[in-house]
Write a new protein. Structure first.
Length: 254
């Protein structure tokens, strides 16, 4: 299977602190890959490097085999990458539909066409709105489209954030703790949604998550980092029995 997203020897320093110390990983196209490790292991920093929110001090990032170290975040979106964040950052006073549409801003008609409300702009807006509604239906949000984001329960807000990322028409999506703070029912529903996106839409997924039950059941392959460096990699069954991982992350009793 071809590599979709790859990084080699990523190093990031914040003053005297080394957040990532030569981290490498390879996300195969069409797979769900998990990135796990203790708090402070460097997972979010690596996510930020991969999505170009953070510059690396050393190392290379490749998207479909092409180097993207010099790309901007908007260029990464145009190349088919979307991401979510640990902390929900919706537009609280906007509706669910409007929040989803914000994710498709780069697909809108040119500003002049929009300002003049030209036929091309109207056609594009209708298309994007129809797609936003389809995404909402896929994520079981169709009854919430007119509700303000601030009025939604936490679990639904997490789904709106995911829907907003999907509006960008990504080929690969980076999910930073997608079920953090969710109850058991919300976690199960989001897990099923992520699996459907991968299976039915063919979206490659790289996720950071602390819910080990979810990680072990949904991921095809796992990378484990500790103290900013690669610790182990393999299929979930292999990681579950890896003594270094058990000691560093899962706990000796596992």
């Amino acid at each position: 299977m071809a590599s979709h997203l790859k990084c080699e020897e990523i190093t990031v320093r914040f003053g005297g602190v080394v957040a990532c110390d030569g981290v490498s990983l390879d996300v195969e196209e069409g797979k769900i890959v998990g990135l796990i490790g203790p708090n402070g292991a460097g997972k979010t920093t690596l996510f930020n490097v991969l999505s170009r929110f953070q510059e690396a001090d050393a190392g290379e990032v490749y998207l479909r085999g092409q180097p993207v170290n010099k790309n901007s975040t908007s260029q990464m979106v145009n190349l088919g990458m979307a991401r979510t964040f640990q902390n929900i950052n919706l537009f609280a006073e906007q509706t669910t539909l409007d929040n989803i549409l914000i994710g498709a801003h780069h697909l809108c008609a040119p500003p002049l066409q929009s300002m003049l409300w030209m036929p091309q702009a109207r056609a594009v807006e209708r298309e994007l709105t129809d797609r936003a509604v389809e995404i909402a239906e896929m994520l079981n949000l169709e009854s919430e489209l007119d509700n303000l984001a601030k009025n939604l329960p936490y679990g639904l807000q997490k789904r709106v954030e995911l829907a907003r990322a999907l509006a960008a028409k990504p080929e690969i999506i980076l999910l930073d703790e997608p079920v953090a703070g969710c109850n058991e029912e919300e976690t199960e529903e989001l897990q099923n949604i992520i699996a459907r996106l991968n299976r039915e839409l063919g979206i490659t997924v790289l996720l950071v998550e602390h819910d080990m039950s979810m990680v072990m059941s949904i991921c095809d392959y796992l990378y484990v980092i500790n103290f900013g460096a690669n610790l182990a990699q393999g299929e979930p069954a292999d990681i579950q029995t890896n003594r270094d991982v058990i000691t560093a992350y899962l706990g000796e009793e596992v």
